[in-house]
Design a protein around this ligand. Structure first.
Ligand code: BG6
Ligand code: MG
Length: 224
C-alpha cells in the first residue's frame, strides 16, 4: 500500500527550475561560457557545486579556478537566485499541486520533501505550504546527491515508512534515477522522451495531471 509521497521541489512544485536556469546562465555568461536548455537538463536535480563544476567543464575551464574561487562563483549565482525567489507567492504553485497535497492529507498519506536545494525551506515558506510537509530532508545530511538514492531513502526513513511504500515525484533525469535506485514508484513530470529515458514508471506532461486517485491506481501495479 502507498503510505507516502515524496516530492522534489524545483520544477515540480513551482517554476524555480527556470529561475535556476536564468541565474546560472548569467553567471556562466559573466565568465564567457554559454549553454542551452538541453545542457541545462543536466543541471536539474544536482547540487549547487556539482552544477557549477558541470558548467565549468562544459566551458573547458574546470582547471582554471581554485576551490575558493568556485565557492565565490556559486555564492554569486545563489545571491542572484535569491533575489528572484523573493517574488514567489502562493500563486506560483504549479497547477494541481495544492489539490494533490490536500487529497494526500485527506487520505492520511505522509508527505516528504527530497530537494537538493538548500533554499527549499525558504521556498516552501514563500509558497505558504510548509505545513503540509511531515518531513523535509536537509540535503547536507546525505552523503551522495541525486542520482544516488540517498535523499529519497532518508525521506522514507524520516517518515517511518519503507521505500517500497513510497511514490517519488521528479522533473529531472538525476531525480528519476535516484527514485528508481531507492526502489520507489517514480512519477516523472516533463517531456516523455526525457522522463522515459530516465526510467520513470509514469510520465505526466503537466502537474495538472498529478491527481491522487490516478497516481494511486498507477502505483498499485507495483506497490499494491
Ligand atoms: C535542485 C535543483 O532542486 O537544487 C538544482 O534542481 C539545484 O538545479 C539544486 O542546483 C541546489 O539548489 P540550491 O538552491 O541549493 O542552489
Ligand atoms: Mg527538480
Amino acid at each position: 500500500m502507498v503510505k507516502a509521497v515524496i516530492f522534489d521541489l524545483d520544477g515540480v512544485i513551482t517554476d524555480t527550475a527556470e529561475l535556476h536556469y536564468q541565474a546560472w546562465k548569467n553567471l556562466a555568461n559573466s565568465i564567457s561560457i554559454d549553454f542551452d536548455r538541453e545542457f541545462n537538463e543536466e543541471l536539474k536535480g544536482i547540487s549547487r557545486m556539482d552544477s557549477l563544476n558541470k558548467i565549468l567543464s562544459h566551458g573547458g575551464v574546470e582547471d582554471q579556478y581554485t576551490e575558493q574561487e568556485k565557492v565565490g562563483l556559486a555564492t554569486k549565482k545563489n545571491e542572484e537566485y535569491k533575489t528572484l525567489l523573493v517574488h514567489l507567492n502562493p500563486e506560483n504553485i504549479y497547477p494541481g499541486i495544492k489539490e494533490l497535497l490536500d487529497s494526500l492529507k485527506e487520505s492520511k498519506l505522509k508527505i516528504g520533501l527530497a530537494s537538493a536545494s538548500k533554499n527549499g525551506p525558504a521556498i516552501l515558506e514563500y509558497l505558504q505550504i510548509t505545513d503540509y510537509f511531515d518531513t523535509i530532508v536537509n540535503p547536507d545530511s546525505v552523503a551522495n546527491g541525486k542520482p544516488a538514492p540517498d535523499i529519497f531513502l532518508k525521506a522514507a526513513e524520516q517518515l517511518g515508512v519503507s521505500p517500497q511504500e513510497c511514490i517519488g515525484i521528479e522533473d529531472s533525469e538525476a531525480g528519476i534515477e535516484a527514485i528508481k535506485k531507492a526502489d520507489m514508484f517514480a512519477v516523472g513530470v516533463g517531456t516523455t522522451e526525457v522522463m522515459k529515458k530516465a526510467g520513470a514508471d509514469l510520465v505526466l506532461t503537466n502537474t495538472k495531471e498529478l491527481v491522487w486517485s490516478q497516481l494511486k491506481e498507477a502505483a498499485s501495479v507495483k506497490i499494491g
